[in-house]
Design a protein around this ligand. Structure first.
Ligand code: KIV
Length: 275
C-alpha cells in the first residue's frame, strides 16, 4: 500500500509507529521499500555520507534533484521526502515555493522537508498552499550548525524547551503534515508529540515520538567518520564491504578471479584464423 499524508496521520491516531530511513540512490531505495519502511528521506545528510563534506551546507538543489530522482525510481510504496538544501528556502518565500516545486515536479518527490520553526512558517504556509506536503524539522537543525556552535542537543533549558514547543505548534498551524525532532530530550519530544495532532518523527529524541528516522549508513555501520549517540547499529556492513574488497583484490592478484565460470568462450576455429 502507498504511504501518503493520510496513512501516516492514521498511524499516529492508531498508535502504529511510523518508520523512516534515509536513502540517496536507486538500489538502496528499492531495498528499503521492499522491507516495508513507510517513508524514505532523501536527506541533505547526503552531503556528509555520500559526498564527504563535513556539514550539509555545501549541498545544492542540483545534488538533491539528482539523488531524489534515483530514489523515486526505486521506491514503489514508501513516501519519498526530499530535503530542501541550505539557501534553497532561506532567501525568500518565492525561492522556497519554486525550489519545493522543482523537487516535486523534476525530482518526483511526494513531499519536501525544511529546517526551522517560527522563522520559516511563512515558507511552510506558501509551499503548502501550492499543494506540496511539507515536513518540518526542529531541534538540532544541521543547516544551522555554525550558529549553534556545533552539533548539540537542543531544548535542555526552560527557555529553549518552551521555544521548541511553541515552534512545533507554529509549524503545525502553518500547514506541516509531519515534524522531525532531532536531538531533543526524550521527555520534551514526548510532550511535543502529545501536543501536536500531526506525527512527530524522532532522531535522537526518544521513543515517545510517533516514528523514528535514521541515516542508513549509520545503522548499517557504513559511515565511520563519527557515530552519534542516538544510533543503533543493526549490521556491520562497512566491515563486510572492506573484507569483500580485500578478498577480491587478493583473488585478482593470485589469479583466482576471474574463474572459468566468469568468462566467455570463443570457438577454436575462429581463434586459429587470428594467428
Ligand atoms: O538530512 C537528513 O538525513 C536528516 C535526518 C537526519 C532527519 O535531516
Amino acid at each position: 500500500m502507498k504511504n501518503t499524508t493520510a496513512t501516516v496521520l492514521a498511524q499516529k491516531q492508531k498508535g502504529d509507529k511510523i518508520t523512516m530511513l534515509t536513502a540517496y540512490d536507486y538500489s538502496t531505495a528499492k531495498l528499503i521499500d521492499e522491507s516495508g519502511i513507510n517513508c524514505i528521506l532523501v536527506g541533505d545528510s547526503l552531503g556528509m555520507v555520500m559526498l564527504g563534506y563535513d556539514s550539509t551546507l555545501p549541498v545544492t538543489m542540483d545534488d538533491m534533484l539528482h539523488h531524489t530522482k534515483a530514489v523515486v525510481r526505486g521506491a514503489k510504496n514508501a513516501m519519498v521526502i526530499a530535503d530542501m538544501p541550505f539557501m534553497s528556502y532561506q532567501v525568500s518565500v518565492c525561492d522556497a515555493v519554486k525550489n519545493a516545486g522543482r523537487l516535486i515536479q523534476e525530482g518526483g518527490a511526494y513531499a519536501v522537508k525544511l529546517e526551522g520553526g517560527a522563522s520559516v512558517c511563512d515558507r511552510i504556509e506558501a509551499i503548502t498552499k501550492a499543494s506540496i506536503p511539507v515536513v518540518a524539522h526542529l531541534g538540532l537543525t544541521p543547516q544551522s550548525v555554525n550558529s549553534f556552535g556545533g552539533f548539540k542537543v537542543q531544548g535542555k533549558d526552560e527557555q529553549r524547551a518552551r521555544e521548541l514547543l511553541e515552534d512545533a505548534k507554529k509549524v503545525e498551524a502553518a500547514g506541516a503534515f509531519m515534524a522531525v525532532l532531532e536531538c531533543v530530550p526524550a521527555k520534551l519530544a514526548e510532550l511535543i508529540t502529545k501536543e501536536l495532532s500531526i506525527p512527530t518523527i524522532g532522531i535522537g529524541a526518544g521513543a515517545g515520538c510517533d516514528g523514528q528516522v535514521l541515516v542508513y549508513q549509520d545503522m548499517l555501520g557504513m559511515f565511520s567518520d563519527f557515530t552519534p549517540k542516538f544510533v543503533k547499529r543493526y549490521a556491520n556492513i562497512g566491515e563486510m564491504m572492506t573484507n569483500a574488497f580485500g578478498a577480491y583484490a587478493d583473488d585478482v592478484k593470485s589469479g583466482a578471479f576471474p574463474g572459468k565460470e566468469h568468462t566467455f568462450a570463443i570457438s577454436d576455429d575462429v581463434l586459429e584464423k587470428l594467428y
